[in-house]
Design a protein around this ligand. Structure first.
Ligand SMILES: O=C(CO)COP(=O)(O)O
Length: 153
């Protein structure tokens, strides 16, 4: 299958998202890594973004709240290559009214091959990766098999 790549620049476009019970964890993680994070650009869902904006000096493009379409906005930006990395501290112990949107966001992130952290340990690994500080050529599937599938009409 043919592949192409997307160039992720040194300054990464990072999406920050956390469910309510995980917002404090994400905020603490952002504060702890503030010096490294300052070199990057940020998008966030509504409530997560407001909390991080209020409590840090990071500039964040704040989208709609997750249950009001914010997860879908982040997903659309991944499809448009406007987001390089997703830090999504989701809550495995509480069901969400917008579970289909959460699933869709994680699916799109996997499909477009962007790095995703779903908890603090993975976020630690991502932020300390050499690829975070350098350019990175991300493999992109051309979806050839999908486009060339036979549809009987
Ligand atoms: O619900 C979310 C992710 O699924 C996050 O949305 P908020 O940041 O608006 O709480």
């Amino acid at each position: 299958m043919e592949k192409n790549t997307v160039l992720m620049e040194k300054c990464k476009k990072i999406a920050l998202v956390a469910h309510d019970n995980k917002k404090k964890d994400l905020l603490n993680w952002v504060k702890k890594n503030n010096e490294i994070l300052k070199k990057h650009k940020f998008y966030a869902t509504g409530t997560t973004g407001s909390i991080i904006q209020k409590n840090t000096d990071l500039e964040i493009i704040v989208l709609k709240s997750g249950p009001l379409g914010g997860d879908q906005q982040i997903g659309a930006k991944i499809v448009e290559n406007d987001i390089d990395c997703l830090l999504f501290f989701w809550d495995p112990l509480e069901s969400q009214p917008h579970d289909p949107d959460v699933k869709a966001l994680l699916r799109i992130a996997a499909l477009y091959n962007i790095p995703v952290a779903t908890n603090q340990a993975t976020a630690d690994f991502i932020i300390t990766s050499q690829f975070m500080a350098d350019e990175y050529e991300r493999n992109m599937n051309t979806f050839e098999v999908y486009y060339n599938r036979r549809i009987e009409i």
